[in-house]
Design a protein around this ligand. Structure first.
Ligand SMILES: Cc1ncc(COP(=O)(O)O)c(C=O)c1O
Length: 480
């Protein structure tokens, strides 16, 4: 049994060969989605070793710091991120034998934190509810740690010139070759601005006369779209797409390269990413949806054929439980079910559609417990072979049976479940639910004999959150 992560046994004189697979990513044409008179190509940055475009800049920033002596053997690499840059740094700097310390806002998903830790990075969790200038703001914490730890190198992707240089020297030339020197427009997003600035510099050099159009695709809520269109700095809003969009103009972002911009909201981004997977078989992340949506709008507006490139900036594997999960999409209000009025609208998992995790009366408590753990729920309905809900089993019912003798995990569900059910008709009102919750139970929604599904406190809270007035939704952003 492995109890802790083993210390990496890597020869640092010769880093793992996986680093040589950073960059040189494939370019694929979109053939199944309407691109108007244009040809649209996507560059699969998802094929980099940690699954994103940021591996390129992680490698470039580490090697630049090694060259100029800011990073020496035994040094510590510090960055404020749990996003793709953190993964790239954890891989590259870890492989080269440096200590990696990532300062991560406390709202980042556990999956991302597990991933950087599994790569060997150390993690310092800080508050996500404070902004620039506050001593606990994640970037300020990282900058401070870098002054306190001897031999520390603060990467600072937002102000590090090696970041755009990586794209000027690798991403740009690759696109130019893959498109056989025939490209009219590139659609990109801005997180730190490295991609935009690097591509802008490269293409203005290789195609100075006829030029190239550089189109920004920006999430609604980010300030960059408005900045490009009007030169005004507006107040930022919130968006759920990850890796792009900003509430400030990053130091390294040369926005003068941008020739036009599109603003894409979360709903369109997610729908486009899902369409890209369905129709083209390409599993991209949430920002891929924004970029492809922007590129499609651009392509469809053209009157002459053009050759256009955009990015699958990271892999959709990181978003399987969010954007690619119908329940999450419905809970967030991105998939709309026809409202019926009454409690049916609060049922997140419908029994008839096979969405409810349930057990049978003759299953063992062990089976029931494993199913609850697997689905991360604390109770399951007990449904007989005729599809009738005949009981409910929660963790305390199991605990009562097994706490003295764990052999009772072999007992049958029917001997442990509660059969006094709190059933409600789909026409019942929210107030009827409150009484059920007060008695510490979940509501079982039945239409006559037919079991429709459960309504839990979480379902009610999610429903109410979706009906919150837009003006009172707090601002939040995702990190690069
Ligand atoms: C997920 C993701 N990360 C990063 C980037 C590029 O960000 P940066 O501006 O930091 O180069 C993009 C751009 O499309 C992106 O989609």
């Amino acid at each position: 049994m492995i109890e802790t992560s083993p210390a990496p046994t890597i020869s640092h004189d010769k880093p793992p060969a996986i680093l040589s697979l950073i960059g040189d990513t494939p370019l694929v044409e979109i053939t199944q989605i309407d691109t108007g008179p244009c040809q649209l190509f996507v560059k699969l940055e998802s094929q980099n070793p940690t699954g994103s475009i940021k591996d390129r800049v992680a490698l470039a920033m580490i090697e630049a710091a090694e060259r100029d002596g800011t990073l020496r053997p035994g040094g510590t690499v510090i960055e404020a991120t749990a996003g793709n840059t953190g993964l790239g740094l954890a891989l590259v700097a870890g492989a080269k034998g440096y200590r990696v310390l990532l300062v991560i806002p406390d709202k980042m998903s556990q999956e991302k934190i597990f991933h950087v830790k599994a790569l060997g990075a150390e993690v310092r969790i800080v508050r996500s509810d404070v902004t620039r200038g506050h001593p606990e703001y994640y970037q300020d914490v990282a900058a401070r740690l870098a002054t306190e730890i001897p031999g520390a190198f603060y990467v600072n992707q937002f102000g590090n010139q090696a970041n755009p240089l990586a794209h000027e020297r690798s991403t740009g030339p690759e696109i130019w070759e893959q498109m056989r020197h025939d490209v009219d427009a590139i659609v990109c997003g801005v997180g730190s601005g490295g991609t935009l600035t690097g591509l802008g510099r490269f293409f203005s050099r290789v195609k100075p006369r006829r030029g190239i159009e550089i189109i920004l695709a920006d999430p609604t809520g980010s300030i960059l779209y408005e900045w490009v269109k009007t030169g005004k700095l507006v107040e930022s809003g919130s968006w759920a797409v990850e890796g792009i969009g900003e509430d400030f103009v990053p130091e390294i972002a040369d926005m003068s390269f941008v020739t036009d911009a599109f603003e894409i909201d979360d709903e369109e981004s997610f729908a486009t990413a899902r369409e890209l997977l369905h129709k083209e078989g390409i599993l991209g992340g949430s920002s891929t949806g924004t970029l492809v949506a922007g590129a499609l709008r651009y392509c469809r507006q053209q009157t002459k054929p053009k050759r256009v490139v955009t990015f699958v900036a990271d892999t959709g594997n990181k978003y399987l439980s969010k954007m690619y999960n119908d329940f999450w999409m419905a809970e967030q209000g991105f998939i709309h079910r026809a409202p019926h009025g009454g409690l049916s609208d609060l049922i997140s998992h419908r029994y008839e559609a096979g969405e409810v995790i349930s057990v049978g009366p003759d299953d063992s408590l062990l089976t029931a417990f494993k199913r609850m753990r697997q689905a991360d729920v604390s109770q399951v309905p007990v449904v007989d072979e005729k599809g009738r809900a005949i009981g409910i089993l929660d963790e305390s019912d199991v605990l009562v049976k097994v706490h003295r003798d764990p052999a009772h995990f072999n007992d049958l569900v029917k001997n442990a479940m509660t059969d006094r059910l709190e059933t409600l008709s789909p026409k019942a009102k929210i107030n009827d639910l409150l009484g059920v919750f007060d008695r510490g139970r979940v509501a079982i929604v039945m239409e006559g004999d037919k079991f429709l599904g459960l309504v839990t406190r979480t379902d009610l809270l999610s429903y109410l959150r979706l009906h919150m007035p837009k003006s009172s939704v707090p601002v939040s952003r995702e990190y690069s």
